[in-house]
Design a protein around this ligand. Structure first.
Ligand code: NAP
Length: 280
């Protein structure tokens, strides 16, 4: 698998300055309008890092897991479907990258204790946690607001908001022990601008961005940085459910949007905090 080229770019919007340390990078990025810049990925840039990825069995999460492993990270693959996680595990081992771990967990029914146990297991097995990509989400149904079913609303909020809340709460103490840690949430184009028929999903992504901002502000002067990615239209099962008639080749593939995912997990983004970043 060769996912990378040396010169890669992604866009940033609505960045703001956070600290004197961050002013150098943010100074470059701060714009009222979308601003493109280049990011060069060096091999092994994630060597010796331990990174948790939720929704690692498919789509963007799967690609992030493969990519982080290719760059030297030990990845912990969390997801709902064991067979999918095993396939990613096999692919990583087959490529000769650090041996990953698998955590089968359905975020819909998981409890606070599940997340606490998960964190203890990570720390006892790997000694530390340097990063977490909270990527797993469910779309629910695209339907007029008055027709959103109560069950779907609760399921979407459970997976997309409550699970992120409990998982982040459990992970933060361990992330704070790492020399430099990154917590990355996953938003959407409908996460800061509501859109007709996107119902619970859109509302859940607003909540995700709010959660990111609250945590980022609380840890502004710590070794933990907290940001959110808006992946943009990317060819996955979720995208196909939302846009069944779309030509997959007309939009980005998961590997195309990896530069931002790598940047936020690498020490190059140490000074970036509280940002909503566009992957394309
Ligand atoms: P995807 O292909 O549907 O993959 C979602 C992943 O999340 C799957 O691995 C799935 O596991 C896992 N997952 C879903 N529900 C879960 C649960 N209850 N417990 C544990 N794992 C669960 O979606 P994607 O397109 O890669 O989306 C990744 C993230 O990007 C999401 O947060 C999405 O909202 C966001 N996003 C995507 C796009 C896009 O165009 N693709 C655009 C904007 C934002 P299983 O496969 O086992 O079900």
């Amino acid at each position: 698998m060769a996912v990378f080229v040396n010169e890669l770019s992604f866009s940033v919007e609505n960045t703001r300055q956070h600290s004197a340390e961050s002013s150098r990078i943010i100074g470059k990025l701060y714009q009222q309008f979308i601003h493109m810049f280049d990011y060069s990925i060096t091999p092994e840039i994630l060597a010796n890092k331990t990174i948790l990825i939720t929704g690692a069995g498919a789509g963007i999460g799967r690609q992030a897991a493969l990519t982080y492993a290719e760059l030297g990270a030990t990845v912990i693959l969390l997801g709902k479907t064991v067979a999918k996680l095993e396939a990613v595990y096999d692919e990583i081992l087959g490529n000769g990258h650090p041996e990953p771990a698998i955590v089968p967990l359905d975020l819909k029914g998981a409890t606070k204790q599940n997340y606490i146990d998960l964190t203890s297991t990570i720390v006892s097995q790997f000694g530390k946690l340097d990063g977490a990509l909270l990527n797993a989400s469910m779309l629910g149904e695209l339907t007029p607001f008055t027709q959103v079913s109560e069950q779907i609303w609760h399921d979407v909020m459970n997976v997309n908001v409550n699970a992120q809340f409990l998982l982040a709460q459990a992970l933060i103490p361990s992330l704070l022990k790492a020399e430099s840690a990154s917590l990355v949430f996953t938003s959407s184009g409908v996460g800061n601008k509501g859109k007709a028929y996107w119902g619970a999903y859109s509302v859940s992504k607003f909540a995700t961005e709010g959660m990111m901002q609250v945590i980022a502000d609380e840890y502004e002067n710590s070794s933990l940085r907290v940001n959110a990615i808006n992946p943009g239209a990317t060819s996955t099962n979720m995208r196909a459910s939302a846009y069944p008639a779309e030509n997959k080749d007309s939009i980005a593939a998961p590997e195309d949007i990896m530069p931002l995912y790598v940047y936020l997990m690498s020490d190059d983004s140490k000074a970036v905090n509280a940002q909503r970043l566009n992957a394309q």
